[in-house]
Design a protein around this ligand. Sequence first.
Ligand SMILES: Cc1cc2nc3c(=O)[nH]c(=O)nc-3n(C[C@H](O)[C@H](O)[C@H](O)COP(=O)(O)O)c2cc1C
Length: 301
Amino acid sequence: MVCRLPQLSAMQLDHSGAARTAVAAGTTVVVRTGKTAWAGRTTRTGKAAGTRKTAGAREAIIVLNPGLQTCSDCDMITAIDKKQLINRRRKRDMSKILLINGSSKKQGCTYTALREVEQELQNEGLETELYQLGKEPVRDCTACGACRKLGKCVYNDDCINELIETAGESAGFVFGTPVYYAHPSGRILSVLDRVFYAGGKAFAFKPGAAVASARRAGTTASLDVLNKYFTIARMPVVSSNYWNMVHGNTPEEVRQDLEGLQIMRGIGRNMAWLVNCIEAGKQAGIGYPPVEEKIATNFIH
Ligand SMILES: Cc1cc2nc3c(=O)[nH]c(=O)nc-3n(C[C@H](O)[C@H](O)[C@H](O)COP(=O)(O)O)c2cc1C
């Protein structure tokens, strides 16, 4: 049966990952497979060029760009993806906000700040997980590049691959750090370097907030470093009514920082609002925006 809107269609990938599709030539599409997304324009013949298939993914869905009409009763679509779409929605409904405490102190100042954010997220009806990096040694990135092939870190002796997996199931992120010599903790930097390098796709288009806790100074420099993980990974950055910081050398002192705690609650509410807006957009057919193939010039022009 022919779709009432000729540019809307479902697509199947063959074993080599090549795409067969009935999409009109020149249509801008986003192709989602099990774990990856590809975006671009269809070629003159209507085929989606350059589509890659994830292992295990049997089919892909073409989602039209925001603003374009969608067909609600296209047999081609329903025959292929109805079940998959429902499962995806269910999975999204279960999405949680992952908060990472970059201090080795499990119940210190950073934790106190993150708990204030978490409480507000829960008040807004969102599920949360507060992940403690703890005191165990964390390896720095060795730049071996193995993750490019593996899709995960080659080292399995710490929390990195577990975190990448958890990130994939999460709808938003809050990274908290104590300030050490005016920068984030070495612990959280080692973790984020490896998690983003090996598993950056798990974060794309999901909102992120950075939180810094200091006795006195170095917060904005630390926030600047953490925010850069978000902006290289296409993540919307969540703000509040001031820069995302608390002050104190002990949890008791942080609890006295009433302005800081208010900022934390604002992060929670703004994060919840953004996550809900993104989800509502998806339900209305506005998916993630298309991405271009990465250009890396390495300063050679
Ligand atoms: C190694 C080290 C360096 C620190 N450097 C700074 C600093 O540059 N500026 C500051 O205000 N506080 C600094 N502090 C204090 C902590 O940032 C502050 O106590 C923080 O709130 C502790 O958070 P936590 O209890 O979650 O670990 C430093 C603490 C340590 C252990």
